[in-house]
Design a protein around this ligand. Sequence first.
Ligand code: ZN
Length: 396
Amino acid sequence: MGAAVAAGAARAMAGEHELVIRNVQALINGTFAPRDLAIAGGRIAAVAPAGTLTGARVLERPGLHASPGWVDLHCHYVDWKHRKSAGSSIAQLGLGEGVTALVDTGTVGAANYERLEQAVADAPRPAPECFALLNIQREGIKLSEFYRTKVGWDDFPAMEKVIAAHRDRIVGLKYRADHQVSDPKDRLYYVRKIREAGDAFKLPVMIHIGDPPPSLVEVLPYLKAGDIVTHFLRPANNAIVDEAGKLRPEVKQAYDRGVKFDVGHGMGSYSFFTAQAALEEGFTDFTISSDLYIASRPLYAKTFANVLTNVLVCGMPLADIMERASTRPAKFLGLQREIKEGAEATLTLFSVDNGAFTCTDVKGNKRASDRRIIPWWTIFKGQEISAGARDRKLYL
Ligand SMILES: [Zn+2]
């Protein structure tokens, strides 16, 4: 037995844990409560009353909160260094920002999917869990061809091959339904195609709604239970609410048959007016994602935490926000994100700072906030990683 192992055994006998997060507001069953959390062997070894556990290493700071590990259901991580795709790097989006799982949403299609595998292989370790939605268009999102439409890009045999080879990573299909990439002569062509592909490959589909055509209302009938509408808090035009802030009946119908709604903040898709109206209409059952990528990251939200602060300023309770940024998107991916004894120790430790902050939506509207969310540490499968500290200027 080595000295380190012997020391560990001695500590365990003395009731001391490998790692303890002390006096933390921990999100358990939808409510924050003061607790100590012990981490050992990659698991949450103990959840105990605050101030009762001792550890060889202790993480503690005033106002510290623990959420199940954040999960970003909509971002783009196929790296810019490939020069032909739109993503930020996994290192910029992931564990250093408190985010423990990333879904690249359609940066690549069947013809260039290997770029995504390369980005994952190149990511510094430890890396967050990485998933993908395969773009129905053969080459996904290429900045150089962003505005061009080529009907016939959907290639089912090629898609089938890629999906079969990467069933563990590809969790669905993606299509960007807006005027930039819809066929002017047949604006619902790809919407029909993604429906066909989703059924053929038995995968959920995510549709991006943007500037029409096609409109949100035209797209919704093609979506089934488990499919996702992303950018659902985008500004008018083509918003889920009308000019008076009332939820469109077609949106409610889609919701009632099990269609999911996702934020996808990005550079064009988060409006305080729409968000506020949705919350006031009781339309609160959604996932919160960033849509961070090469263009949106420096200019708009910058970090996943800022996206959460932008929802906080619209009045959603903190516990509800964290659940929509962790447990709920994790469920879509088949991951466990939960704070309880025996669960995988994948957590985001963050503070809620008090002060005078300014939140900005994608239209440049400002809102004063007296709180902001900042990640301090990520615990990923038991491993401690410092978060957020690299560049405080990135936060609101
Ligand atoms: Zn996107």
